[in-house]
Design a protein. Structure first.
Length: 277
């Protein structure tokens, strides 16, 4: 209390000035509606600007949670998409009827480590065996194919990126159905190559390349890239095709692990195919 009194006595002139200034403003605003309205509008503008700044900051801090929620929601939507169901019978039935058997399901995943500058690039994912992840599962994003899981632990998994010399993605040209394989030859992380397309096939810049669905690792029609250049070489039966990947591998944050629900049954039947000598 004594400290407060000393402070007031020491700064009596300033305190007296502020009190008189406050009384003057009160009398001014009470007697003049125009000044009162102008002050209120100005204060509203000031507070609105302050609230807006705090709101922007809060939105920024919430981005991580929002991205996680969106990733989970995208996985749920993919699970119910009609293109990931296979019709079991010939008669026409309504969507989600028992005549449709789901072929793929998806797990949202965060990519916690990713490389693009090496010859063999890999991604570390924040889900593993405890979440049902196992070797051979595909990894995709909302923009395209990312890679294939090659190692798992209880809580994590590692995927071989499309940007890897050992990567081979079964692909096809969307407009005409011709199929081949997409590889990465190194160098530019944005550019891949589509192989095994016959020389007579008509392709132009911008044509879309998607997954074929043949391997069962990825559903069909997942984007891979678009045609950049097409070269016809004499003496070769196949085109040389450069593609631009639809996914920018330097901006990866979230994705989806793909689970093929009929993998065991398919492997069992395919194991009975006679071997070619």
């Amino acid at each position: 209390m004594l400290s407060l009194i000393r402070f007031l006595l020491k700064h009596a002139f300033i305190v007296y000035f502020l009190v008189l200034e406050s009384i003057a403003f009160i009398l001014l605003f009470q007697s003049n509606p125009y000044q009162r309205a102008s002050f209120l509008n100005s204060s509203d503008y000031l507070f609105a600007g302050t609230y807006q700044a705090f709101d922007r900051m809060n939105d920024y801090l919430e981005l991580k949670r929002v991205n996680q929620d969106l990733s989970w929601e995208n996985s749920e939507l993919k699970k119910s998409a009609i293109r990931y169901f296979r019709k079991s019978f010939d008669q026409t039935v309504i969507y989600r009827d028992t005549a449709f058997r789901q072929e793929y399901t998806f797990y949202p995943v965060k990519i916690i480590r990713n490389t693009t500058h090496l010859r063999n690039n890999y991604m570390t994912l924040n889900k593993g065996e405890m979440n049902g992840v196992r070797q051979g599962m595909g990894v995709i994003s909302s923009k395209g194919v990312l890679g294939i899981v090659i190692e798992t632990s209880k809580q994590f998994s590692v995927a071989m990126s499309v940007l890897n010399k050992d990567s081979r993605i079964s692909a096809r040209v969307k407009k005409n159905g011709y199929f081949g394989s997409v590889i990465w030859t190194g160098g530019d992380y944005r550019i891949g190559r589509l192989n095994e397309i016959p020389n007579h096939v008509s392709l132009v810049e911008g044509d879309t390349i998607v997954t074929s669905g043949f391997s069962g690792i990825f559903p069909e029609n997942v984007p891979i890239g678009t045609v950049k250049t097409v070269t016809r070489k004499k003496g070769s039966g196949f085109l040389e095709i450069e593609i631009v990947f639809t996914q920018d591998f330097k901006t990866l944050s979230y994705g989806h692990i793909v689970k093929y629900l009929h993998e065991i049954e398919r492997k069992e039947i395919e194991s009975k195919i006679p071997k070619n000598d």
